[in-house]
Design a protein around this ligand. Sequence first.
Ligand SMILES: [Zn+2]
Length: 92
Amino acid sequence: MATDTSASSASTSANTSAPDRKRWKSRAVSRTVDAGNSAYCAVCDELIKFRARIRAEQIICNVYVKSRWDRVEHYHPDCYEQAGAPYGEPNG
Ligand SMILES: [Zn+2]
């Protein structure tokens, strides 16, 4: 009477967290502002400034038009929210 349990927990290969890379759609990420940042907010048209004291954040959006990358847009987090989060909730 052999009790073979060796294969019980070895193979769970399904990784459900893999992103769908085929569907290129616009998306937003939240990033800290680097020193020397020179991006202007797409809403208020002001420079998104690096500040040493606080970890300033900016929203960076990769904008796709007809499934092709078109441009990058930068936003102040507040401006992005006021604009109604046009590219969805930003991911950290
Ligand atoms: Zn702004």
